[in-house]
Design a protein. Structure first.
Length: 490
């Protein structure tokens, strides 16, 4: 289980990658701290901390009252080597985001109003001749951020901002290597104008198709450029490292991820017939974690009513089924922290409801072993929308059979945030939506998987996730303070 990165550490690493790849050559003026706050959707305290770290490491120079300046000196060969080292990761990220983000853009376009249209027009008008590639890139990103703005979904914003950072491949002049064709300002401006016109005319499918084509051509252009660089300079041996992006920006701490892992094991029936959960030393050994992290995770399971730790005896599993295990008096839903966590849960489910069906069209076939286990889980538990056996069945499929690492990585992190949905077990049972629809939809998913019906599966997944979203939305709407943090209906 990977260690958690603080938000400032994640941002610092992103900057270091950009410096090493030539995004900020020596002498270039850095964006202002206010611009960086908007660009990365973080507070001024985080940006100041990151800038101090960059200055201490020698990447920038700062003078009071003036913008920071890049102090990073590197040869073109060094920057090219850093770019080539990322080549496989960039292609993998284009694969995942080329499935996920276009689906979100299409649905966001349906919600856009004049406020968003104004931002889009300003982004287009800001494109002029002979712009630096970085400036042109910023204008295009302003357009796409506006398309996603109506969701008011923190995780969608994180996805967009991280994609902007990770997929940015700067042009590094080198003898015999042509500048990539995406540098043409007129071409980018014309594309964005056409995209805006399609949104205004409510031609959402045409807008979606154009984004798919845009992603495909951009990836081809970038990879062609990197291929030219690899012929000019010997490519380094790629390091096997996890893609440094979309770490849910501190929303999911390490102890929470451990709690989610244990909950999945409970939901999967691993501890059926057993009175105790594994001991703290055993969990420390299994997951390679410190005692403090494991203890915090067990304390969370105690708070959720899933387990009860008895002094000198161990942690008793209160029930093999999560549903009905939490007392209605356990939580105060007016607590801002609980509201924030429920909002993150809803944000994660919203992304799945908007994109799962269309992404699943490119998934690899399931194995017979996985399908057999899935059917056992499905038919051995009630199909309540909050029941981990129903939610986890869908998420496990999305994680295991995604066609690329980047998409599987995103789904895994969204899944960690679904832990907060368990708070809703403390809500009055009368708030729960009728479950007959979800039960039928879940069986449709398994049927499509069993019959390898590639035409029926995407629609079945989309309907199931959408129903879960609506069911949870219904529960939150009944809470006394639910409307204070309720996301948009779908």
């Amino acid at each position: 289980m990977r260690q958690n990165l603080h938000q400032y550490e994640y941002l610092y690493r992103s900057f270091v990658t950009q410096f090493e790849c030539g995004v900020y050559p020596e002498g270039q003026t850095m964006p202002s701290q206010q611009q960086l706050c908007r660009q990365f959707n973080v507070g001024i305290t985080t940006i100041r901390k990151v800038m101090k770290m960059l200055e201490h490491s020698g990447y920038i120079r700062t003078v009071t009252g003036r913008p920071a300046v890049s102090a990073y000196r590197a040869s073109a060969e060094s920057c090219i080597a850093a770019l080539l080292e990322r080549r496989d990761g960039v292609n993998d990220a284009f694969c995942g985001l080329g499935l996920l983000l276009p689906a979100l853009y299409r649905e966001g376009a349906r919600l856009c109003q004049e406020t968003e249209f104004t931002i889009m027009r300003d982004a287009i008008d800001g494109i002029a001749g002979h712009m630096e590639l970085s400036a042109l890139y910023r204008q295009a990103n302003l357009f796409f951020r506006a398309v996603l703005k109506p969701f008011n979904n923190l995780l969608i914003q994180d996805l967009q901002l991280d994609a902007e950072s990770y997929l940015h491949v700067p042009y590094i002049p080198y003898p015999g290597v042509k500048a990539p064709s995406y540098q043409a300002e007129s071409r980018v401006k014309a594309w964005l104008e056409t995209a805006l016109n399609r949104i205004l005319r409510k031609q959402y499918d045409a807008f979606y198709d154009s984004i798919l084509d845009f992603y495909c051509k951009t990836q081809s252009t970038i990879d062609g450029y990197l291929e030219e660089l690899s012929r000019a300079i010997p490519a380094p041996v790629p390091r096997k490292a996890d893609i440094r992006w979309f770490r849910t920006k501190g929303h999911s701490e390490l102890y929470i991820r451990l709690a989610m892992s244990i909950l999945r094991r409970i939901a999967g029936g691993e501890f059926e017939g057993k009175k105790y959960l594994p001991s703290i030393p055993r969990l420390m050994e299994e997951y390679g974690l410190m005692k403090e992290t494991v203890c915090r995770s067990i304390a969370l399971l105690n708070m959720l009513g899933i387990a009860e730790t008895k002094a000198k005896k161990g942690t008793i599993l209160v029930t093999g089924e999560i549903q009905g295990s939490i007392s209605p008096a356990s939580f105060d839903f007016s607590d801002p922290l609980i509201q924030q966590r429920l909002a993150l849960c809803m944000d994660a489910i919203q992304i799945m409801a908007l994109s799962a069906g269309i992404c699943a069209k490119s998934f690899t076939p399931v194995t017979e072993e996985w399908l057999h286990r899935a059917e056992e889980k499905l038919f051995s538990a009630s199909l309540h929308s909050l029941n981990p056996r129903s939610v986890q069945l869908l998420m496990d499929y999305m994680i295991q059979f995604a066609p690329c690492h980047s998409l599987s990585n995103i789904y895994s992190q969204l899944n960690e945030l679904l832990l907060w949905g368990y708070y809703l077990y403390a809500a009055d049972a009368s708030y729960y939506a009728p479950q007959e629809k979800l039960q039928a939809l879940m069986r449709d998913v398994v049927k499509a998987l069993r019959e390898k019906d590639s035409s029926a599966l995407p629609a079945a997944l989309e309907k199931a996730f959408l129903q879960i979203y609506r069911d949870i939305h219904f529960v939150i709407a009944q809470l006394p303070w639910g409307t204070d943090f309720l996301p948009i209906p779908l």
